[in-house]
Design a protein around this ligand. Structure first.
Ligand SMILES: NC(=O)c1ccc[n+]([C@@H]2O[C@H](COP(=O)([O-])OP(=O)(O)OC[C@H]3O[C@@H](n4cnc5c(N)ncnc54)[C@H](OP(=O)(O)O)[C@@H]3O)[C@@H](O)[C@H]2O)c1
Length: 281
């Protein structure tokens, strides 16, 4: 039995069908039965919360390996503490962040801290460090539909966005075998790009003249706070963006290919498969 945390999230939604296709027995940890009910005939659903130790203990009962994903902020540290209290010595595949390899801001330092908490416990562990998800650009939908504009703060900073499906393929392999225990796997897409280059690809795919409009980091922080992000987290995001501008996210790895045997998906192919998302009402 494998326990999948974050099963209803971006990576979890890609991982669950892959495990089911492979015939694995899985238990999904979620706070919301509604969000997971479409899987209830194929997977066990374990209603729980990282805040609730008893629910974690119930979810971990009889489990041999866990796909572990927590929030990327301070609350995530507390959730890892609770997880470690509830767990025995189950094998863990932990979803971290590429930034943990270059902890130049509070968020990256937090990712590294959570990794270290798990390493210190001494359980069999594989750490996945993905770069930015391609799916982040689905947030551009409103701007594209309303003004054919993508407003972003990254300037000419480059990163190599990765398809969530590729992270899930790596998670599938590292979860269902113990071959990668003890390893930290840095996962990126196949090409380093600026936001403007991503927008240009979308413009071609959607057959629309899209404008990529750069904004200052401070303005971006204010916008995040206005949309409800906690002040400290938005400030930390500002430091992440400053790091992207300095080139800290400009890294391409071959890890997806090494583990899955096929190259990581290109942004243009990933976007083509879901072009209707940016066009639909
Ligand atoms: N976005 C990126 O570019 C990127 C890049 C690298 C790494 N990451 C990391 O990826 C992780 C996922 O981030 P995301 O924004 O994509 O979120 P997400 O996985 O799409 O959604 C969050 C998931 O966590 C679960 N969850 C949240 N609070 C919980 C709680 N208290 N107890 C139990 N489950 C809880 C939710 O489950 P329910 O709602 O079903 O309970 C949901 O499935 C984060 O650690 C982030 O740092 C993100």
């Amino acid at each position: 039995m494998y326990l999948i945390t974050g099963a209803t999230g971006t990576i979890g939604q890609e991982l669950v069908p892959r495990l089911l296709k492979q015939g694995e027995s899985i238990r999904l940890f979620t706070r919301s039965h509604t969000k997971a009910q479409h899987w209830q005939s194929k997977a066990e659903i374990s209603i729980g919360d990282f805040e609730d130790l008893d629910s974690l203990k119930r979810a971990l009962d009889g489990v041999k390996a866990v796909f572990l994903l927590t929030r990327g902020d301070e609350v995530g540290n507390h959730h890892i503490e609770n997880f470690l209290q509830a767990a025995d010595q189950q094998r863990v595949v932990f979803l971290s962040n590429l930034g943990a390899g270059l902890p130049s801001n509070p968020l990256s330092q937090g990712h590294l801290k959570r990794e270290q908490m798990l390493i210190d416990r001494g359980m069999p562990l594989t750490i996945l460090r993905p770069g930015s998800f391609m799916s982040n650009c689905l947030r551009w939908k409103a701007g594209i539909q309303q003004s054919k504009t993508v407003i972003h703060p990254n300037a000419d900073g480059r990163s190599a966005p990765i398809a969530p499906g590729d992270i899930a393929e790596v998670a599938l392999r590292t979860l269902t075998t113990a071959d990668w225990v003890g390893q930290i796997l840095e996962l990126t897409g196949p090409e380093s790009m600026t936001t403007a280059e991503q927008v240009k690809i979308l413009a071609q795919l959607l057959n629309q003249p899209l404008t990529c409009q750069e904004t200052e980091i401070e303005t971006s922080i204010e916008n995040m706070i206005r949309r409800g992000m906690p002040h400290d987290f938005a400030q930390a995001m500002g430091q992440v963006i400053a790091g992207v501008r300095r080139g800290e996210a400009d890294k391409v790895t071959e890890t997806v290919k090494q583990i899955t045997g096929r190259p990581a998906q290109h942004f243009s192919d990933w976007a083509r498969e879901r072009a209707n998302v940016w066009l639909s009402a």
